[in-house]
Design a protein around this ligand. Structure first.
Ligand SMILES: Nc1ccn([C@@H]2O[C@H](COP(=O)(O)OP(=O)(O)OP(=O)(O)O)[C@@H](O)[C@H]2O)c(=O)n1
Ligand SMILES: C[C@](O)(CO)[C@H](O)COP(=O)(O)O
Length: 387
């Protein structure tokens, strides 16, 4: 099995960006610039390690951004970009990596397609990088102001990530102190065969203040922003019976020989549904948003929790495609109430009745629900883009 590493260089000051903090920590479409590349490298599943190169001053900021991801190493950067790259290469050398991708944090639009194409190119080449043709004419401006038109056909704009067989980039960089403009330059002198793959406009490097707006627009088209990928979630909850005369299920009070015990109104069905929505959003569970230790939520109507989850989904650009709730109990009988429960639930979710299901099952008198000690509920939801 080959060992693959991604290096994201993020130790620069971003002096040309016009910001008071380095551009890689600025927000872009709701997420720090650095987080965009981190998430893509992490979610592509191709890397055993992701090295993020950071300056000492922003160590804590970087740790917070990296916190949700696995297999991240943070390495201190150097004075110039090439020094930062060398620090990262020294860090990964003991792991004997096979393939290494080196990427600017300042290029948030790295796509899965680019990563795939780079890996494919390394089957036959020792190094590879995305490149774009020049569409503008190219002129050399002489010291006297005179112009000379150059042949643009052999000129390419080179982007990152730049991909290497580790031994090739190590041989090119180890022991050197040159300030290579990019990592390809280091291996060019070795005479190594380099593949240029098709670059992408959305891989733009944020350098100047106006680049932020352009990057935001280009990334609007990404799968992530458009929420083209649907999200599925499931939730499960249990509440025990206690003395009482009714239970609340899916917002409906049903007369019963016992009540459900709980910090809130103990609506076990809506708790499962709420958790399913939080789960689809990877946003924890009810306890994360409404801690049981907080007296404020004592006796609260579960409608508050469900509404919060729906609003959170909405704020992230999602709507609920459908919801399916199963209530597990011997009694009360759910079927006579299921239409009303679906109706109330569909109104809170803001979707038509035919996209909400409420059904029930017994456990054939087995287990705690079979012994009528409490009620369990489980729910599934599918979230899709609301745009
Ligand atoms: N000593 C350095 C300098 C740059 N970089 C990183 O290299 C990438 C490309 O560099 P550039 O866009 O030029 O960033 P800065 O050097 O930060 O920008 P500026 O030249 O405007 O100061 C960026 O992700 C930057 O954080 C780095 O890791 N270490
Ligand atoms: C590495 C690079 O992004 C490739 O295009 C580019 O060379 C970085 O240049 P900068 O002057 O450090 O912005």
């Amino acid at each position: 099995m080959s060992h693959n590493t991604a290096i994201i260089v993020a130790a620069g000051t971003g002096s040309r960006s016009g910001l008071s903090t380095p551009k890689q920590f600025a927000m872009l479409n709701g997420r720090p610039v650095l987080d965009w590349s981190l998430r893509t490298f992490s979610e592509c599943g191709k890397f055993d390690e992701i090295v993020v190169v950071i300056s000492d001053e922003y160590l804590q900021t970087a740790k917070e951004i990296c916190q949700p991801y696995n297999n991240i190493s943070i390495v201190l950067g150097g004075k110039e970009r090439a020094d930062s790259v060398r620090n990262a290469l020294k860090h990964i050398k003991p792991n004997s990596p096979d393939i290494v991708l080196i990427h600017d944090a300042a290029r948030p639009g790295v796509s899965l397609k680019i990563i795939d194409s780079l890996f494919e190119a390394l089957i036959d080449y020792l190094a590879a990088a995305p490149a774009l043709q020049m569409m503008d004419s190219i002129k050399k401006v002489g010291a006297d102001g005179k112009l000379e038109t150059l042949d643009r056909s052999p000129v390419r704009r080179i982007q990152t990530p730049q991909a290497f067989r580790f031994n090739t980039i190590w041989q090119a960089q180890n022991g050197k102190s040159s300030q290579f403009v990019d990592d390809l330059e280091a291996v060019e002198s070795l005479g190594a065969d380099i593949a240029l793959i098709q670059g992408e406009n959305s891989l733009v490097k944020i350098t100047l203040p106006e680049d932020f707006e352009m990057a935001e627009k280009l990334l609007q088209n990404s799968l992530e922003i458009k929420n083209i990928l649907p999200r599925i979630g499931n939730g499960y909850d249990v509440h025990a019976f206690e003395d009482g005369q009714s239970v609340t299920l899916c917002g409906l009070e049903i007369p019963h020989s016992a009540s459900l015990k709980g910090h809130s109104d103990a609506d076990v069905a809506w708790h499962a549904l709420t958790d399913a929505i939080y789960g689809a959003l990877a946003e924890g569970d009810i306890g994360t948003h409404f801690p049981p230790s907080d007296v404020k939520w004592k006796g609260a109507a579960s409608k508050v929790f469900l509404k919060h989850a729906v609003e959170l989904a909405d704020s992230k650009g999602f709507m609920i495609a459908n919801a399916d709730i199963t209530i597990i109990c011997e009694a009360p009988k759910i079927k006579p109430h299921s239409m009303t429960m679906r109706d109330i639930t569909s109104k809170i979710l803001g979707i038509p009745l035919d996209r909400v299901s409420v059904k029930a099952t017994t456990t054939e008198k087995l287990g705690f629900t079979g012994r009528k000690e409490g009620i369990a509920a489980q729910a599934s939801v599918l979230l899709v883009s609301s745009e």
